[in-house]
Design a protein around this ligand. Structure first.
Ligand SMILES: Nc1nc2c(c(=O)[nH]1)N[C@H]1C(S)=C(S)[C@@H](COP(=O)(O)O)O[C@H]1N2
Ligand SMILES: [Mo]
Length: 317
């Protein structure tokens, strides 16, 4: 996303070369989600093969725009814990152990609690939400995520009056993620993100456990991640282990890496450019061209603009 070796292309120059290269690899081999028996039986916990998620209800929040192919979405990733180039997570995350898994929900809540993945899967009816996803780098995809509104989980733990923000933390396990170090990745770990409580409670904010009818592949944030479709992709933290309700604005990874470039809010906004490139247009993968107009709040303005009424969106970028 930033801090790369000198001579690398800037994000605005990105071409989906890796998408095409990887698509060929993908077609030539078994789908990445399938693992060998040995991988399934690794000693500390398990790498879990993709399994079908059902029943899954359709959602009125879904876009009717064409869905991006799963080969692109699972082979063009940002997941710095598993490497900083787009094709690395698909290769390096395959043996990531996602079972057993627990998510601790804590902080300013009446009922703090650890949820097993099984409990998370059953906490609310699963829905398919076809959302636009816009990375701050300028590329975008349309993904049929599976999950339910994060508010379902937050309501269960009962935020207290002190709770004003929600802090999210991704898993950080150097044994499984040898590249997840500041000197190799250029960002701090664990990966942390945050939302204002009212943003987190908005029905569009999705606690996501799957995509394309199946459980999440490791490179897309298995076994459970956040998806906040009106914000730049980096707000949607992957492989969550902790959700903490807090009284003041929590630190966030990309903001700590470069505050000028990545604000706490990071709402998709075609009128507020990144200091190093325009945000007016996006490259809708697998297209080669950055010619797709970017929409205010990534096209979710009708639903979410009210959260920011009276706020200067240039100041609170
Ligand atoms: N833990 C963690 N979460 C993360 C990231 C990351 O590097 N680490 N990258 C973010 C960025 S920049 C984007 S665009 C999305 C990419 O999600 P996808 O690979 O499933 O498309 O994940 C976000 N969540
Ligand atoms: Mo991103």
């Amino acid at each position: 996303m930033l801090i790369r070796k000198p001579g690398d292309l800037g994000p605005e120059d990105i071409t989906p070369r890796t998408v095409y290269l990887n698509r060929r690899k993908f077609l030539a081999s078994a789908p990445a989600a399938f693992l060998t028996a040995r991988e399934l039986l690794s000693p500390r916990g398990r790498a879990v093969a993709a399994s079908k998620l059902s029943p899954v209800a359709k959602s009125p929040f879904s876009t009717t725009e064409p869905i991006t192919g799963p080969d692109v979405v699972t082979h063009y990733n940002n997941f710095y814990e598993f490497g900083t180039s787009k094709d690395e997570p698909a290769r390096n995350a395959q043996n990531f152990r996602t079972s057993p898994w627990t998510v601790s929900v804590e902080g300013d809540v009446a009922k703090p609690r650890k949820f097993s993945l099984d409990e998370i899967l059953k906490l609310a009816p699963l829905e398919e939400r076809i959302y636009r996803h816009r990375c701050v780098e300028g590329w975008s995809i349309v993904v049929p995520w599976i999950g339910y509104s994060l508010s379902a989980l937050l309501n269960l733990v009962q935020p207290t009056a002190k709770a004003k923000y929600v802090a999210f933390e991704s898993d950080w396990d150097l044994r499984q993620m040898p590249l997840a170090r500041p000197d190799t990745a250029g960002i701090g770990f664990p990966y942390v993100e945050g939302l204002r409580l009212d943003e987190a409670m908005h029905p569009l904010a999705l606690l996501c456990v799957g995509m394309y009818g199946e459980t999440l592949p490791p490179q897309d944030g298995a076994p459970v991640r956040l998806v906040v479709p009106w914000k730049y992709g980096f707000k949607s933290a992957k492989s969550l282990v902790k959700i903490k309700l807090v009284s003041s604005q929590p630190p966030t990874t990309w903001n700590m890496a470069s505050a000028r470039e990545y604000g706490f809010y990071s709402n998709v906004n075609p009128e507020v450019d990144h200091p190093r490139w325009s945000q007016a247009k996006e490259q809708r993968l697998p297209s080669f061209f950055k010619n797709h107009p970017t929409q205010m709040f990534n096209g979710y303005a009708n639903q979410v603009a009210g959260l920011y009424s009276g706020m200067d969106l240039r100041k609170y970028y």
